[in-house]
Design a protein around this ligand. Structure first.
Ligand code: NAD
Ligand code: GLY
Length: 361
């Protein structure tokens, strides 16, 4: 079969269609300096809070602050420590305090410059500060380019559970600069690719084939190639969110690999695997269940398995984690409904269905 090469551009725009709350995802290369001009049409107050962490600020803080200032904004830099453990109510409270003391009001906006941690806490603060102010996502990890910055899930962690407190609150703009991936640690980049593979399995066999055929270009961050995989991922996420913004049902297909993935993260206390790595294991395990149930052909299972492996993602549940332990962890997951475990299982490359199981096979 002849395979097409759809990557032809190093910029793209994707719209998330949500009526009055629709917004654009702008994907470009070296575009952080263009953020200020891009915010001008949004009609927001000049005083704008830029939420980030020291790691990301070191690389990109100056560029973004300069761009905002040059466009007439008065940016206030608000920095929280780097790490998942700071995505909590205490650091949200700290951000509220900085915003209040810098006189951000109901017409002000905040922008998240960073990965999913910064994006989630910024969205949460935006949704609650003065009953809701606009916010902008400026994601800087692959995971945040293709997943967390899009779709309006905001959240913070509680000691008793990850992402247990949050809201659905859409950003006004998502500004993706793929050049930020050049400074991202390699392991974080590869973990983000797991979410891209997810989109291929759940919705797009062409994207899946593209990932099979273009490993070298992807690994070397070739701009057209990365633009294409980010754009397709955002298009798929945007269409799912437009169809089911608050996860009444269909949006759950985005959780492919996440039931087992979250269980592995919980059991290993979030220390052993990055999120995408755990999702990769979960995707292959779910594909194995689908194969054993006769839903997925053997050759398609093998393609999912080898795609996960060629990108160097982990693919096996660690030997010291038992299936009953996974079952126990799944029991407290948000994805469980009426006592049954809901799992997203592939029916083929590009097609999934949501099934209810009594236990993890
Ligand atoms: P992260 O935000 O912790 O970033 C990973 C690391 O990379 C951090 O140390 C960060 O400082 C650093 N970093 C970020 N950008 C960089 C860059 N360009 N160069 C160098 N270093 C950089 O991790 P993540 O994987 O982006 O996000 C994980 C978070 O996203 C989790 O809290 C998860 O719950 C959340 N999430 C949310 C959604 C959603 O829909 N809201 C979806 C998936 C994940
Ligand atoms: N990351 C899954 C979702 O946004 O629904």
């Amino acid at each position: 079969m002849e395979r097409v090469n759809p990557a032809q551009s190093n910029s793209a725009r994707v719209k998330v269609e949500l009526g009055e709350r629709s917004y654009n995802i702008s994907i470009g290369t070296d575009t952080l300096c263009g953020l200020g001009p891009a915010l001008k049409p949004l009609d927001i107050n000049p005083v704008i809070g830029l939420i980030t962490n020291p790691t990301v600020s070191h690389y990109y803080g100056h560029t973004v602050m300069d761009s905002l200032r040059t466009s007439g904004f008065e940016p206030i830099l608000i920095t929280i420590p780097d790490g998942e453990q700071y995505k909590d109510i205490l650091w949200a409270y700290y951000i509220y305090g900085e915003m209040l003391s810098n006189r951000l009001d109901r017409s002000s906006a905040i922008a998240a410059l960073g990965g999913g941690v910064i994006g989630d806490i910024t969205g949460f603060v935006a949704s609650t500060y003065m009953r809701g102010i606009p916010y902008i996502q400026v994601p800087t990890t692959l995971l945040s380019h293709v997943d967390s910055s899009v779709g309006g899930k905001t959240g913070i962690n509680h000691p008793l559970g990850k992402n247990m407190i949050g809201s659905f609150y859409q950003p006004r703009l998502v500004w993706v600069d793929i050049a930020t991936l050049k400074t991202l640690p390699r392991r974080e980049f590869i973990a983000g690719l797991a979410e891209v593979i997810k989109y291929g399995v759940i919705a797009d066999s062409v994207l899946f084939e593209y990932l099979e055929d273009n490993r070298e270009k992807i690994i070397s961050l070739e701009a057209d190639t990365i633009t294409y995989i980010v754009k397709r991922s955002c298009e798929i996420k945007a269409s799912v969110v437009a169809a089911d913004e608050k996860e009444a049902g269909f949006r759950a297909i985005l959780n492919y690999g996440h039931t087992i993935g979250h269980a592995i993260e919980t059991i290993t206390a979030y220390r052993e695997f990055l999120h995408g790595e755990a999702v990769a294991i979960g995707m292959l395990y779910a594909a194995g269940i689908a194969k054993d149930m006769g839903m997925l052909k053997e050759d398609e299972f093998k393609r999912i398995s080898s795609l996960i492996r060629i990108y160097g993602l982990p693919y096996e549940i660690p030997k010291d984690i038992s299936v009953p332990a996974i079952h126990e962890a799944v029991k407290v997951d948000k994805k469980r409904k009426a006592g049954r475990i809901r799992m997203v299982l592939p029916e083929g490359i590009g097609r999934v269905s949501i099934v209810s199981l009594d236990s993890i096979p």
